[in-house]
Design a protein around this ligand. Structure first.
Ligand SMILES: NC(=O)c1ccc[n+]([C@@H]2O[C@H](COP(=O)([O-])OP(=O)(O)OC[C@H]3O[C@@H](n4cnc5c(N)ncnc54)[C@H](OP(=O)(O)O)[C@@H]3O)[C@@H](O)[C@H]2O)c1
Length: 284
């Protein structure tokens, strides 16, 4: 039986929104497909609202945040999760591939955060979704990896920019987590995907790939007051790497915030397709 069979449900953003709602938050979710949004909101329940939009389109972002402001007046947690990746080896990288990948992952994430800021109060939390591809080379995936490295870099700079407002910025960098992205965006057949997952599982410390809920739990930690002294990834040090490796052997997800958590009073990251305006500030 393929390792994916019966396992791939929805993406990381959806699982995080569902978890946040279960923990007492009111969540706004965004994405370009209305049908998917409706279905996500129906599953999450009355503590969720969908606002359709493309994060690479600045007027869509304006509309999204205007709606959140009208409904709730503020955002306590921003998870900038939306992102995409497609294969293109060096030699076959087109301008369109570059523009699309950087347009969503880098420009979209930047303006999602920037446009959310006026609604974010002192002490709120931002979590960004990068990827292990930010620090590791994968075949035909260099443009994607570069966008995710940019996200980790954003977090370092934004932590400093937001220091006076005590807004934490952190980043999760998942390893392989089978989601709908694998068939819809990577264009793999079921057999190719099964082989890819098998290979990634063998290479992983736990001998398996991750599940979206495992990333969602890390995002929840970074978004909550439990991580109040965790702020932004820092430069890697021997100690940080040692800790990181130990953690990685316990859990599949590669989580950047552990790199820097001992060195600075910075803050955590976002999952891009989901924005949460917390209804009960102390619950999450
Ligand atoms: N799965 C993994 O192994 C893995 C590993 C490392 C990092 N990540 C990162 O995790 C994030 C989520 O990935 P996933 O695997 O959960 O993928 P997914 O299932 O395809 O979910 C991606 C979500 O982002 C939304 N989205 C994409 N482009 C958008 C845009 N321009 N504007 C608004 N929404 C947009 C999609 O909705 P619409 O299509 O309806 O717009 C979808 O809901 C991504 O940033 C990805 O790079 C994933």
């Amino acid at each position: 039986m393929h390792r994916l069979e019966g396992k791939v449900a929805r993406g990381i953003g959806f699982e995080t929104a569902k978890l946040f709602a279960a923990e007492g938050a009111f969540v706004f979710v965004t994405g370009r497909r209305q049908e998917e949004l409706d279905s996500a909101v129906a599953t999450i329940g009355p503590s969720a609202k969908g606002v359709r939009g493309d994060i690479a389109n600045l007027s869509d972002l304006d509309r999204l945040f205007a709606e959140i402001e009208t409904d709730k007046g503020r955002i306590d947690i921003l998870f900038a999760n939306a992102g995409l990746g497609e294969f293109a080896p060096l030699g076959s990288i087109s301008e369109a591939h570059f523009d699309k990948t950087f347009g969503v992952n880098v420009k979209g994430t930047l303006f999602t955060v920037q446009k959310a800021l006026p609604l974010m109060s002192r002490g709120s939390s931002i979590v960004l979704n990068a990827s292990v591809a930010a620090i590791k080379g994968f075949p035909a995936f260099s443009v994607y990896g570069a966008t995710k490295a940019a996200i980790r870099s954003f977090a370092r700079g934004w932590t400093v920019d937001l220091n006076d407002r005590q807004i934490r910025v952190n980043v999760v960098s998942p390893g392989t987590v089978p989601t709908p992205a694998y068939d819809s965006r990577l264009g793999l057949t079921k057999e190719q995907m099964a082989r890819f997952i098998e290979a990634q599982s063998v290479a992983a410390p736990l001998g398996r790939v991750g599940r979206p809920i495992e990333i969602a739990e890390a995002v929840l930690f970074l978004a909550s007051d439990q991580s109040s002294f965790v702020n932004a990834p820092n430069s890697l040090s021997t100690e940080a790497l040692r800790r990181f490796d130990r953690l990685r052997s316990v859990r599949m997800a590669a989580i950047d915030f552990f790199h820097g958590s001992n060195f600075r009073s910075s803050r955590p990251p976002l999952v891009s397709s989901m924005i949460s305006a917390r209804a009960v500030p102390s619950t999450i």
